[in-house]
Every structure is written in structure tokens, then in C-alpha cells.
Design a protein around this ligand. Structure first.
Ligand code: ARG
Length: 233
């Protein structure tokens, strides 16, 4: 019988992955198995396999990921991270791994008062700390957002009346909406954003390995298969 631990798996170097793991369906903890699961978890595992790396995921605050990359505490940021010019000054990104975008959400009982995102002007908005959602929330409300360590806490605060709207990533909002009837998503998507995996600036070795694995997994249909598994399309 073949050994579970092949020589190559034992010899493979490990990529330390930093992730904020309360971001379903991209990276979150399965309640039953207590394992990290999700679209990006499957994707980085497939990439690691293809590129000859073991993958070790460490959970951390979203706003801690770029600093951890810069100091070399982790090798890759896998966290629904939007590729922005600001962030590109600090880290390097792979080719896009997902097309995301922001939406605003309000309490279901307030839906009539928020026909468009413009109605959020002057209102108190909640967001996840350090995200593009925080920046957009502040832009459209004209006020400082109240920030939380994860999207679920921001949604909870909205539900409890601590703010009037949340701005966050559409697929994550919709994951929460499936489980709760307290919220209403505003019709107009606010942005479209490319997400990428991030590495320390100048880490060509890991960046090239990730990119060539991603490109071949796109070509051979693995990425589409993982997408189908989590989004059913
Ligand atoms: N896409 C947004 C951003 O890059 C939010 C990402 C939050 N990710 C997470 N795993 N909590 O700012």
C-alpha cells in the first residue's frame, strides 16, 4: 500500500498563509470538522499542490495581514484581498483569483427608506476594519465608519441598531442574508474589485510559483470546479 506521506510531500517547503477566517464562503471554519474551508482555502491548497508547497493557514485580523507579510511572519495573504494601488505599494499581488465587489445592506424594516445607496449619506455606517468596505462606507456616508474585526460583527451591530448600514463584499453579505431575514441588500453594486493573493514585496520566487500554478489551474478547469463547488455556477 502506498504511504500517506510521500517523499515529495515531506520534502516540500511550507507556505505560511495569513487569513482572516470569518469570511464565508471564502475562508471560514467548518462547524463540524473545525477545519478551514472555503473557495480560497480550496484554491490555495490546489495551488500549493501544483507548485510543490505544503500550505499552513494561520488565522489573524484582516488589518494584520499586510504587516505580517511585510515583516515575513507569513508568506502569503489569502483573505478576499482586493488588489488596490494603495496596497500594491506595500505588497505584491498574484493574478486575480476572484471578481468581487461591494454592496450596502440595511435592516429589512428600513428597506423603504433606502431606495439607493445615496440614501446612506449622513448615516452611521459599520464595516470591517481595514477593508475596502470601510473606505467606501466613509465615502458614501461622509462620516467615519464604526469598525469591527469581522463582517459578522458589523452585521450584528446593524441588526442591533448601532448603525444604519453596512458596506461589505457582496458574496459575503449574501452568505449572511441566506441565513437571516433581518437584512436588505441595496440594489446597486457599489464597486467591482479584483481579489488577489498577496506576498511580500519583491518575493519573486513565491509570486512566480503562485502565478504559474494559478494560470495552469485556470486552464485545466480546477478553478472553475472550485467556483462551482462554492457558488453552484
Ligand atoms: N475585499 C475587501 C478588502 O480587500 C474585504 C476583505 C476582507 N477579507 C476577510 N477575509 N475578512 O478590503
Amino acid at each position: 500500500m502506498a504511504s500517506l506521506y510521500t517523499a515529495s510531500a515531506l520534502a516540500a517547503p511550507t507556505l505560511r498563509v495569513g487569513s482572516e477566517t470569518t469570511f464565508p464562503p471564502f475562508e471560514f471554519v467548518d462547524v463540524k470538522t473545525k477545519q478551514f474551508v472555503g473557495y480560497e482555502i480550496d484554491l490555495i491548497n490546489a495551488v500549493g499542490k501544483k507548485a510543490g508547497y505544503n500550505i499552513s493557514v494561520q488565522s489573524m485580523g484582516f488589518d494584520a495581514i499586510i504587516p505580517a507579510l511585510m515583516t515575513g511572519t507569513v508568506d502569503v495573504g489569502v483573505s478576499g484581498m482586493t488588489i488596490t494601488p494603495e496596497r500594491k505599494k506595500k505588497v505584491d499581488f498574484t493574478v486575480p483569483v476572484f471578481k468581487g465587489g461591494l454592496v450596502a445592506v440595511v435592516r429589512q424594516k428600513d428597506a423603504a427608506a433606502y431606495k439607493t445607496p445615496a440614501a446612506i449619506k449622513g448615516k452611521q455606517v459599520c464595516a470591517q476594519l481595514g477593508t475596502t468596505g470601510q473606505l467606501k462606507a466613509e465615502e458614501i456616508s461622509g462620516k467615519k465608519a464604526r469598525t469591527f474585526n469581522n463582517a459578522a460583527e458589523a452585521m450584528m451591530e446593524l441588526r442591533n441598531g448601532g448603525c444604519d448600514a453596512v458596506v461589505a463584499d457582496k458574496p459575503v453579505i449574501e452568505y449572511f442574508l441566506k441565513e437571516s431575514r433581518y437584512f436588505h441588500e441595496l440594489p446597486t453594486q457599489l464597486t467591482t474589485e479584483d481579489w488577489g493573493f498577496a506576498v511580500k514585496k519583491g518575493n519573486k520566487k513565491v509570486l512566480n510559483a503562485l502565478n504559474s500554478a494559478l494560470v495552469s489551474l485556470q486552464k485545466d478547469g480546477t478553478v472553475a470546479k472550485i467556483h462551482k463547488k462554492w457558488f453552484n455556477n
